[in-house]
Design a binder for this molecule. Structure first.
Ligand SMILES: O=C1C[C@@](O)(C(=O)O)C[C@@H](O)[C@@H]1O
Length: 165
């Protein structure tokens, strides 16, 4: 079965290209997702994308990846669970606050890569702490939106072992 990667973006990342372009660059989220989709298809993996400004919606989507909760991910055709082999997540500001997203990622037991467009260590002190980094397979920050490309390439190559039906 084709490996699947779930790309999640948190609050305000729908404003990529508009918000603080000197920090986040000029590419929009639609462009980032389109590039990620092309990259995934050339790597032979399926990609799902999800963005929300709401912590609970992100928790629901993560639970759904394991077939739990209101967003349970079931293949339309086969009705079988399509659990992703990896999650690539930029939780935005929730990185620095959300025990709930940490707990959801640990509950579903899907390896994840944490991505930040900016270098969170070169900004305000409160951005240095992440509730996810110690549980992430890898953390990428400061590469601009190329960070998503690097994360997907890594996930496709190294996290296929977690492949499940
Ligand atoms: O919204 C964001 C975006 C961010 O995750 C990044 O991609 O650099 C960094 C966070 O501190 C910030 O709140």
């Amino acid at each position: 079965m084709t490996p699947r990667i779930l790309l999640i973006n948190g609050p305000n990342l729908n404003l990529l290209g508009k918000r603080e372009p000197h920090i986040y660059g000029s590419a929009t989220l639609a462009e980032v997702e389109a590039l990620a989709r092309d990259q995934a298809s050339s790597l032979g993996v399926e990609l799902e994308t999800f963005q929300s400004n709401h912590e609970g919606a992100i928790v629901d989507r993560i639970q759904g990846a394991a077939g739990w909760g209101p967003e349970a991910a079931v293949d339309d055709r086969t009705e079988r669970l399509r659990k992703p082999s990896a999650i690539v997540i930029n939780p935005g500001a929730l990185t620095h606050t959300s025990v709930a997203i940490r707990d959801a990622l640990l509950a579903v037991d899907i390896p994840f890569v944490e991505v930040h467009v900016s270098n969170i260590h070169a900004r305000e002190p409160f951005r240095k702490h992440s509730y996810l980094s110690d549980k992430a397979v890898a953390v990428i920050c400061g590469l601009g939106v190329y960070g998503y490309t690097a994360a997907i390439a890594f996930a496709a190559r190294h996290l296929k072992a977690g492949e499940r039906e």
